[in-house]
Design a protein around this ligand. Structure first.
Ligand code: ADP
Ligand code: MG
Ligand code: ZN
Length: 617
């Protein structure tokens, strides 16, 4: 340990030596001049008259210079000698003392002013530097020692208190991880048969699906020390510390084995090394060190490295090869059953009405992550408090799903009557087109109450089951549904509004994906022109084709969308009576549920509704 300590302290010692050197130089040159008592130059006659006035205290004659003080020895004067034979006698008579005059400050003052005071700021700076360095190395008092030098927090077993039971759904992930837990409990069992467990497992999935939670649960279940560190913690403050931190971390882990090392957001250090000029050297060194350490440690001792990321495609391939993170555990967005279970887990923390049914809530919240579902439950509890109830109801949950999806109701925003009409027709247009196409999922709810997200209204579509494959027809129907809002506006009001911008975006995206990724156009066929780079983070697609192809593709996308738009217009025109009827209902009630909608739709004779008479006002 001593060897570690000394070289690391060196920078600080250098710092103090430099400070001393600077002080010495200052003391030799600058301070004496400043500290010296001021000497006034006077003329010889002034000296003579002071002598006559008996106002001379001490006198020192040196060469052709006379230095003297006044009687009170307050000021020091200097004059040049002229030929004056009676001078000494006169001075003696005046009572002056012949002695050396010290223009230098006293020893104590000079030490104080010359050394101690200037040293103080240096010491202060040194102290702060020292502290920052300590912090950077994550030491807590034990500088650079073993005590948490890597900045990894050593969790006391089960202090996280999180067990597998707290993680709902994600059964595959839990199954894969429980093998690791079992291994940590009883490594001998595996050693006997000669089985080697993976040294590392990589949890990949979209944000908020419970990756961090799962890792903590593994620690809670396995009852072994749990080192948790975020990837970003490796790369900070002092260049070159990242690699040392990795070394430290694994050293600690080896001592504490069996244990778990968890590196969250590993993409921060695990990005592909691209060898570009100006690349991040620090990060690459850290990564190299990590690779070396993962090769170096003996897996049979019981050190398991878990890591989490939502950007697996950006990870360095070397990190993923067998012997390192060879087990990849997908943590996907929960399916319907998973969503129900997650809702239940979080609902345990709040007070609920007894008759709450989670299934419709989970259905509405299609595509929500675990974090969002947790948020939904909490929103419901908050809403119950706001309305002064003792427990949350089904309605609270339903409303909070919409809050999480679309934002809060914006009660203050008042739509003009005409705007409200347009929104009613727009949303009905979406829903009607969806319902008229046999393949489209039925609507669950439409509202035209403005939301804080900016939506003036929206249609909640609910898939009955989970969809994994979508046919070409379904996709086309979806595009038609997106265009349905605008189609209704045009059909009824013969003008269009800005309200459809989001629909247009979605429709275009889908149409482009059909052509460039799904191979669903006759002209381009079975060729991928786009690659998705961030599948878990929004899925940005990058185009890879010639400009000519791109131009043709744009044309094709335009054609495809406008074709569906025309289809939507035709569908609505053929059912114009229903459109007026439904929009009228929506306009009046501001909300329409799926059942109400289907009921009106299936009624054979449309009643006259108030809006149909004068749709163009
Ligand atoms: P990430 O995958 O981004 O690391 P987290 O593990 O941090 O997500 O999850 C955030 C929060 O979401 C958790 O604290 C938990 O409350 C909730 N959560 C996410 N997934 C689940 C799940 N499967 N079961 C229960 N809660 C979950
Ligand atoms: Mg996380
Ligand atoms: Zn719309």
């Amino acid at each position: 340990m001593q060897e570690v300590k000394k070289p690391s302290r060196r920078p600080l010692i250098c710092y103090y030596l430099a400070a001393l050197l600077i002080l010495m130089l200052l003391n030799m040159t600058f301070f004496p001049a400043v500290l010296e008592k001021p000497v006034q130059d006077v003329t010889y006659d002034q000296f003579m008259s002071m002598t006559y006035d008996k106002n001379v205290g001490q006198v020192e004659i040196e060469g052709d210079e006379i230095t003297f003080t006044d009687k009170a020895a307050e000021n020091i004067y200097r004059t040049t000698v002229t030929d004056d034979p009676g001078r000494t006698d006169r001075l003696f008579e005046s009572g002056a003392q012949f002695q050396e005059i010290d223009t230098q400050p006293g020893l104590l003052t000079s030490i104080l002013v010359g050394w101690v005071l200037p040293l103080l700021p240096f010491l202060l700076i040194g102290y702060f530097l020292n502290r920052r360095m300590k912090k950077a190395m994550g030491g807590d008092g034990m500088m650079f020692g073993m005590g948490g030098g890597s900045g990894a927090k050593v969790y006391v077993p089960s202090s996280t208190g999180i067990r597998f039971a707290d993680v709902a759904g994600e059964d595959e992930a839990k199954e894969l991880l429980s093998e690791i837990v079992d291994f940590l409990h009883d490594p001998e069992k595996y050693r006997q048969i000669g089985a080697k467990l993976p040294k590392g497992a990589l949890l990949v999935g979209p944000p908020g699906t419970g990756k961090t939670l799962l890792a903590k649960a593994v620690a809670g279940e396995a009852n072994v020390p749990f080192f948790s560190i975020a990837g970003s913690e490796f790369v900070e403050m002092f260049v070159g510390r990242g690699a040392a931190k990795v070394r430290d971390l694994f050293k600690q882990a080896n001592e504490k084995a069996p244990c778990i090392v968890f590196i969250d957001e590993i993409d921060t250090i695990g990005k592909k090394r691209d060898g570009q000029i100006g690349g991040n050297d620090e990060r690459e060194q850290t990564l190299n060190q990590l690779l070396t350490e993962m090769d170096g440690f003996d897996g049979s001792k019981g050190v398991v490295v878990l890591a989490a990321t939502n950007r697996p495609d950006s990870l360095d391939p070397a990190l993923l090869r067998p012997g390192r993170f060879d087990r990849r555990i997908p943590v996907e967005l929960p399916d319907l059953q998973g969503r129900i279970e997650i809702l239940k887990v979080h609902a345990k923390k709040i007070r609920l009405a007894e008759d709450v049914n989670f299934e419709p809530i989970a259905k509405t919240a299609a595509g929500a992550s675990g974090a969002e579902l947790a948020n939904i439950v909490n929103e419901a509890a908050l809403r119950a408090v706001r309305s002064g109830r003792q427990f949350a109801t089904q309605e609270d949950l339903q409303e909070s799903v919409e809050v999480v999806i679309a934002g809060y109701q914006k009660k203050s925003r008042v739509l003009s009557d005409q705007e409200k009409k347009i929104v009613a027709y727009h949303e009905t247009g979406h829903a009607l087109v969806a319902a008229l196409q046999s393949h489209s999922a039925p609507v669950q709810k439409i509202t035209i109450i403005p939301r804080t997200s900016g939506a003036l209204g929206y249609t909640l579509q609910v898939d009955e089951g989970d969809h994994f494959l979508m046919s070409r027809e379904e996709l086309l129907n979806k595009i038609a549904t997106y265009t349905g809002g605008r189609a209704a506006e045009e059909l009824v009001f013969h003008s269009v509004t800005t309200g459809a911008s989001n629909d247009i975006e979605q429709a275009t995206k889908l149409a482009r994906a059909m052509i460039s990724r799904f191979g669903m156009s006759e002209e381009f066929g079975f060729v991928a022109f786009e690659t998705v780079s961030n599948q878990y983070l929004g899925g940005d697609a990058s185009l890879a084709c010639s400009p000519e192809t791109q131009a043709r593709m744009d044309q094709k996308v335009t054609e495809l969308v406008s074709q569906q738009y025309r289809r939507a217009v035709e569908l609505l025109r053929a059912n114009e009576g229903k459109l007026h009827q439904l929009a009228g209902y929506l306009y009046e009630h501001e909300t329409i549920t799926g059942e109400e909608f289907m009921e009106i739709l299936s009624q054979s004779s449309p009643e006259l509704d108030p809006l149909a008479e004068q749709p163009e006002t």
